[in-house]
Design a protein around this ligand. Structure first.
Ligand code: RB5
Length: 151
C-alpha cells in the first residue's frame, strides 16, 4: 500500500510522528509537506495529497492540520476523494468499512499522539465492507457528477 502524507503547520508535529510510525512499520509513503511549523495554507497540501490519491498514484492519504477540518474540507473538493475526519478509533474503523474513505484527516490540536497513532493503524488495516455500502458510494459519485463543471 502506498500512502500520501501531508499537513499544514498546525499538523506538522503529528505528521512527523505518523511518518516515524509508517517508517517503523515498513509502509511505503511519500511526504508532501509541509516540512516545518512555519505558517502555510492547508488547501495547498490537501490538494497535493488528494490529487495524488485521486489519480491512483497512491492508495490512501493521511492529512493533518490543527483540527483536521479545513484540510479535509479542501481534500473533499477533489472528485473521487472521500476524506474522513476521525478523532476516535470507532470512526476510523467505520470510515473504512462503511465509507471506503481514501483519506484520513486528523487534528493535532484535538487528539494526543498515542490515540492518533492507534487511529492511523486501525484506519490503514481496515478493509471496505462493500455490499450495501457500495451502493451508497455510487450515490456519492452521482452527486459529484451532477455538480462537476459547475462553479
Ligand atoms: C491553522 O491555524 C489552522 O486553522 C489549521 O491548521 C486548521 O485547523 C484548519 O482547519
Amino acid at each position: 500500500m502506498k500512502i500520501a502524507l501531508g499537513c499544514d503547520h498546525g499538523g506538522y508535529t503529528l505528521k512527523e510522528k505518523i511518518k516515524a510510525y509508517l517508517q517503523e512499520s515498513g509502509l511505503e509513503f511519500t511526504d508532501f509537506g509541509t516540512m516545518s511549523t512555519d505558517s502555510v495554507d492547508y488547501p495547498d497540501y490537501a490538494l497535493a495529497v488528494a490529487e495524488a490519491v485521486a489519480e491512483g498514484k497512491y492508495d490512501r492519504g493521511i492529512l493533518v492540520c490543527g483540527t483536521g477540518i479545513g484540510i479535509g474540507i479542501a481534500a473533499n473538493k477533489v472528485p473521487g476523494i472521500r476524506a474522513a475526519l476521525c478523532n476516535d478509533t470507532f470512526s476510523a474503523r467505520a470510515s473504512r468499512e462503511h465509507n471506503d474513505a481514501n483519506i484520513l484527516t486528523l487534528g493535532e490540536r484535538v487528539v494526543g499522539p498515542g490515540l492518533a497513532l492507534d487511529i492511523v493503524k486501525i484506519w490503514l488495516e481496515t478493509e471496505f465492507a462493500g455490499g450495501r455500502h457500495q451502493r451508497r458510494i455510487e450515490k456519492i459519485r452521482e452527486i459529484e457528477q451532477k455538480y462537476s463543471g459547475r462553479q
